[in-house]
Ligand binder design. Structure first.
Ligand SMILES: [Fe+2]
Ligand SMILES: [Fe+2]
Length: 326
């Protein structure tokens, strides 16, 4: 079954199921993935301007802090600190379960255990793309960086862990949600940082662009520092899945290189599962757990490899990914 979805013009705009294409902005969704009309609260997805929503005030306060404090200087300090990967050792599944202790205050759509979101995303992808193992795994791990919010990972505040991400070191695009709060950011009036290109150059590649700090860039760093052999599309998805200004609004494309352009196609596919799997459809964690454990156990039985790798790398989530994709 194929469903045609009209892309919303603005954040929080409604998503309409259509029976035939209307224009080139429509996204064709294949494989039987049914798009729910509402989130867990019965509201349209990514609604940031609903004054009646009890959750709205918290989300707006979140973005006030996020946009005020996420400067180029802050991002550099965070990347330097967390690139050390000296926090905790654990398996992928342990990390998934640990994530249940994190509440994402920036997300107006999600009000259930994080592990269910990971599994909803991974399972929906697995159903439509059964042969793309790397994409299942990307779905399972894409939000693991949210452990930054927990004390053992530094206990970072929500505004430094979750929410939409954006480049720093160049102009904050007006399509970014709650853009008005950037006026309090120290970079807002810095003439070196507030132009279209800022410190970057045309088509420099997003790899060379500093993104606001959060779970996306952290998980990306973990992957890179462990020399993962995940495909570049997986790393792209992990680092930019909250970069709605790019993948929803089309901003910052002048910074993309040819590889980014290719990878963006996969991110568009991934994003519909990340966003629209947050519905009332619940996942039976115990039922699907064996499939994901089998992926993990397939490599954790190689104890010699594990031991030697862990001796070098404290945080060994990515050794599992590395082994799977050798
Ligand atoms: Fe995320
Ligand atoms: Fe997610």
């Amino acid at each position: 079954m194929t469903i045609l979805i009209q892309q919303p013009d603005h954040l929080g705009a409604e998503v309409d199921a259509k029976t035939e294409p209307l224009n080139e902005r429509e996204l064709v969704l294949d494989g039987g993935f049914l798009i729910p009309q509402t989130n867990s609260f019965g509201q349209i997805f990514r609604t940031y301007n609903d004054a009646e929503s009890a959750r709205h005030e918290g989300v707006e306060n979140f973005y006030r802090k996020n946009h005020t404090y996420q400067s180029l200087d802050f991002v550099k300090k965070m990347r330097q600190e967390y690139a050390k990967l000296n926090k905790v050792e654990m398996s992928i599944w342990e990390c998934c379960e640990l994530l249940n202790e994190v509440v994402d205050e920036s997300d107006p759509d999600l009000d259930e255990p994080q592990i269910e979101h990971l599994l909803q995303t991974a399972e929906a992808i697995r159903k439509d793309y059964p042969d793309e193992d790397w994409l299942h795994l990307t779905g399972l791990i894409h939000d693991l960086g949210k452990v930054l919010n927990l004390p053992t990972f530094g206990g970072l505040p929500q505004w430094a862990v979750v929410g939409d991400t954006f480049p720093v070191g160049c102009r904050f695009d007006e399509s970014i949600v709650h853009h008005k709060y950037f006026k309090e950011n120290p970079d807002y009036n810095n003439s070196s940082y507030n132009t279209k290109h800022g410190i970057y150059s045309e088509k420099c590649g997003l790899d060379n662009v500093m993104m606001s700090w959060g779970h996306d860039d952290y998980m990306y760093l973990v992957a890179k520092e462990n020399n993962t052999t995940l495909p570049s599309a997986a790393l792209f998805i992990i680092r930019y899945h909250s970069f709605y200004a790019l993948h929803r609004e089309g901003a910052y494309k002048h910074l993309m290189n040819d590889e980014d352009v290719e990878n963006l196609k996969w991110l568009h596919i991934f994003n519909k599962y990340d966003l629209y799997s947050k519905s009332k459809t619940r996942i039976d964690v115990e039922k699907v757990k064996p499939y994901y454990l089998s992926l993990i156990e397939k490599v954790t039985t190689l104890e010699t490899f594990v031991s030697s790798f862990v001796a070098v790398e404290k945080f060994f989530i990515l050794f599992i990914l590395r082994k799977i994709f050798f």
